[in-house]
Design a binder for this molecule. Sequence first.
Ligand code: UDP
Length: 319
Amino acid sequence: MTNERALVTGGAGFLGSHLCDALLAQGYSVVAVDNLLTGRVSNLEHLRKEPRFELRQLDICEPFDCGAVNYVFHFACPASPRDYMAHGIATLKVGSLGTFHALELARKYGAKYLISSTSECYGDPLEHPQKETYWGHVNPIGPRSVYDEAKRFSEATTVAYHRYHKVDTRILRIFNTYGPRMQLNDGRVIPNFMKQALRGEELTVYGDGSQTRSFCYVSDEIEGIMRLAESSEHEPVNIGNPTEFTILECAQRVLAVTGSKSKIRYEPLPQDDPKQRCPDIAKAKKLLNWEPKIDLETGLRMSLDYFRQASLAETPSRT
Ligand code: UDP
């Protein structure tokens, strides 16, 4: 337990809000900042009366200061391909200007710092599974580049602040994560399939569904993040679930868990969609004594109530 104060940028987002919960449970006071571009106040509704928590609505692309903190967790960024492609310039700005501002705060207050980076740093990987030492295969001008290059730039900036200013930094590479509080309409595969299955609509599989992803349940991801935060590792660490599924297998798991009779509809594969993705987590296992515990089917069952409520709350719109 601690009585320190932490800043979470992007604190109203899916992962940011779960991180706020975990930090509060550890004894931290938490100030969350968010411009609510893709984050939602409803993710933090349960903390409204928590005296150790506050949410400030502000844009970290402008310089900001929320007072002395012991830890900066930089999680602000649109994260789903639909969102970061819709908000491409904002994504580049939060990864560059926002990262500088978050690092400057850590430097000013002598705070520890952790940046949420991504498996997208590996692009459409030619090395499989992906180890932290792999430099990646990224299209710098493709539709995903606004996100991929923003995150690669964030990593470079973080390493530079460590090297030149001795900021105590950590770099987390997150692989596909899912669970309660994901936006139903963010276009990602699990919310899409869950929503479609629960509404009896066809599941939209892009391409032939043979591309792979490795899905980590949110509580496993947060546990890994907290362990990395406590470590003194400055180089990137993959935190994800190494069990790999084709997208077609993922659709079948969703159908099994929801008991839905929905059919599958094939749609074109988006440009530069990575063909395979799977974390090598040997480093996290050794360094943090961490590995995920919740398999895909269990995690989908644990998310079912949330997706059911969310599907009922929203009128059918885009998929
Ligand atoms: N996908 C799909 N149907 C959907 C949404 C996504 O087949 O309705 C595929 C997508 O083409 C990709 C994978 O599922 O191959 C994961 O997509 P997501 O948007 O969740 O995130 P990504 O891992 O690509 O960042």
